[in-house]
Design a protein around this ligand. Structure first.
Ligand SMILES: Nc1ncnc2c1ncn2[C@@H]1O[C@H](COP(=O)(O)OP(=O)(O)OP(=O)(O)O)[C@@H](O)[C@H]1O
Ligand SMILES: [Mg+2]
Length: 365
């Protein structure tokens, strides 16, 4: 695998990292474009593990990772020179002055003493701690400590900052300020940022793109705007058991998830998908009761995965993430119904004439 740093700041292939029996990363393949990217996932999703692997602090059991074009396994020094890291947990020396700590971190990154002093001051001003920089960190509020952590990640002018839960412990106002500061840093200073959070709102407010992790797997990734708009699927309700219809659709290359014995969700590719469903229904002699286009938003994909026991998808021919997305989204029915209305009529007219269709379909769709 190669990575073109002009295209993507981070690229991984099939990363696996185990801790005993836990797979903190379970085959994570991601591509992160330049700009500000949210790494979104519930507690235990593998966010911190991924960040540590990207920093070369943890070795993966399997897979590869490239950051800013550097191979994490083979070029760790070169990599660390261009990356800033804000750890998740409190790790600041309480009896140090903020200025001294940030200057010290600049020197560790190789800046000469005089330049380190200047950069530490500039960076602390940038994060809003200019006036307080000669105070001991131990007397700082949580918000101020988070800013010190951000400053030390920024002081050596990195190409990429990896920020692990930068809004942790902040009240709503502090959270907004921190996110605005991160947004300014990314967009005005041209530094790529990956920030982890378990809050969709954090990511929505500042990121251009998103990677959603759960259980060490990638649920979805891509430009935030596109993912917010939708992951379309077709709900198929049948008269009889839908298992043979599901098998016939999978044989045609469709990802299919079962919502119940008589209900399937099939990935929507184009209007040809309706023909494929009709043909598979005829082939398996399955009566169709309902065909309905539904739209899953990023929120559906993410939030549904945090439900206590999401419905298990059947094995699919497609990607695992697609199957998860398709099996998710129960809570979004109202929105999905309204979003999908336009295409229902077309589905009906396209499906007309199929022996498998029943009169009740028109009434329910
Ligand atoms: N050093 C470790 N030893 C044992 N298990 C670990 C270790 N680090 C992580 N894990 C486990 O790996 C999984 C992923 O953990 P990780 O910290 O990467 O998740 P996270 O998404 O950062 O969660 P959080 O939102 O709580 O910070 C969890 O089940 C966690 O318990
Ligand atoms: Mg974490």
């Amino acid at each position: 695998m190669t990575s073109d740093p002009d295209q993507q700041i981070v690229r991984t292939a099939d990363l696996v990292r185990r801790f005993g029996r836990v797979r903190a990363l379970d085959g994570a393949t991601i591509g992160v474009p330049h700009g500000c990217t949210g790494l979104l996932g519930p507690n235990g999703a593998g966010k911190s593990t991924l960040i540590k692997v990207l920093l070369g602090l943890l070795k993966p059991d399997r897979g590869e990772a490239y950051v800013a074009g550097y191979d994490v396994a083979r070029q760790p020094r070169a990599l660390r020179a261009v990356v800033g890291y804000m750890p998740e947990h409190d790790c600041l020396p309480n009896d140090w002055l903020a200025q001294d700590f940030v200057r010290h971190m600049a020197e560790l990154h190789g800046l000469p003493a005089r330049a380190a002093i200047q950069r530490a001051s500039d960076t602390l001003y940038h994060v809003g701690l200019g006036e307080e920089r000669f105070r001991a960190i131990g007397g700082f509020s949580t918000g101020m400590k988070q800013r010190v952590k951000l400053a030390q990640a920024l002081v050596h002018d990195p190409r990429l900052m990896l920020l692990d839960e930068p809004t942790n412990g902040l009240d709503p106002a502090g959270r907004d300020e921190m996110l605005a500061l991160i947004g300014r840093t990314a967009h005005e200073m041209g530094i790529d940022v990956i920030l982890s959070s378990h809050l969709l709102a954090d990511v929505e407010s500042v990121a251009d793109s998103v990677v959603i992790l759960s259980g060490g797997r990638v649920l979805a990734q891509g430009a935030l705007r596109e993912l917010m708009t939708a992951t379309p699927a077709i709900t198929v309700r049948t008269q009889q058991d839908a298992a043979s219809l599901a098998a016939a659709l999978r044989a045609r290359g469709y990802a299919v998830a079962a919502d119940g014995p008589r209900e399937l969700r099939v990935d929507y590719r184009s209007d040809d998908s309706y023909d494929a469903i009709r043909d598979a229904a005829v082939e398996t002699d399955t009566g169709l009761v309902l065909l309905k286009r539904r739209v899953l938003s990023l929120e559906d994909v993410y939030l549904s995965d945090q439900e206590p026991s999401p419905p298990a998808p059947l094995p699919t021919a497609g990607e695992g993430s697609t199957a998860r997305a398709l099996s998710a989204g129960e809570g979004s029915t109202a929105r999905a119904l309204s979003a999908g209305e336009g295409s229902t009529a077309r589905a009906l007219s396209k499906a007309k004439g199929s022996a498998a269709l029943t009169p009740s379909m028109g009434a329910t769709a």
